[in-house]
Design a protein around this ligand. Structure first.
Ligand code: ADP
Ligand code: 5GP
Length: 195
């Protein structure tokens, strides 16, 4: 698949990925990062949740305490932030766009649905917002269970949130249905090629 080189673009392109948890958003983002490490870079968010599995501070997230997070809010360091789950804060740092732009790469955001709608509103035409849609809520539950890193209680919270998130699909520039993985990657590649 041919991608337009980033040097031909007048400005950095920004892709905002959103989906109910378990839909395959991280899988889509990883696909782009692995296929084109020279073109794309992930914006690293701040979170107050604890690292899961092999996650490393400064790679998947900046893991901070609630006090540190609040200090960053006071310092106006976030473009947007949300209490995505009860007691768990996540925020997009203004500095991340600058950092990735300086690397000459395109920015990938992996944020919750509300955060994605806010980011698109703030960034306008510079950004393409992409909703990763699961084939069904039942399959969403299966994927979260198979992934094996989320407690049954958190899975229930995420499923409960998914139904309302699906209603916001209409606010996104593009929708990718992640049924068969290869087909979802093809849809994604088409979107990237259009820009
Ligand atoms: P999210 O980032 O949206 O929470 P993940 O990318 O972590 O979701 O995907 C959730 C789980 O589902 C992972 O174990 C992933 O490997 C699996 N998965 C992703 N896409 C598919 C697919 N098309 N078919 C089957 N399993 C999938
Ligand atoms: P997880 O805990 O599974 O890594 O992420 C939970 C949710 O928080 C996911 O939907 C993820 O996209 C979202 N998220 C991650 N970073 C941010 C952020 O900076 N802002 C917002 N609004 N959501 C985020």
């Amino acid at each position: 698949m041919y991608y337009k080189p980033v040097q031909n673009r007048s400005r950095t392109m920004i892709y905002i990925f959103c989906a109910p948890s378990g839909s395959g958003k991280s899988t889509m983002v990883r696909h782009l990062l692995e296929k084109h490490p020279d073109l794309f870079e992930l914006s690293i968010s701040c979170t107050t949740r604890a690292p899961r599995g092999q996650e490393v501070h400064g790679k998947e997230y900046y893991f901070v305490t609630v006090d540190e997070f609040k200090q960053r809010i006071a310092n106006d360091e976030f473009i947007e932030f949300e209490q995505v789950y009860e007691g768990l804060y996540y925020g997009t740092l203004k500095k991340e766009i600058e950092r990735i732009e300086q690397d000459g790469k395109q920015v990938l955001f992996d944020v919750d649905v509300k955060g994605g709608i806010n980011l698109k509103h703030i960034l306008g035409e510079r950004a393409t917002s992409i909703f990763i849609c699961p084939p069904s809520i039942e399959e969403l539950r299966n994927r979260l269970e198979r992934r094996g890193d989320t407690s049954p209680e958190m899975i229930e919270k995420r499923i409960a949130k998914a139904s309302t998130e699906m209603e916001d699909m209409k606010y996104f520039d593009r929708v990718v249905v992640n049924d068969r993985l290869e087909h979802a990657f093809e849809q994604l590649d088409e979107i990237i090629n259009e820009q």
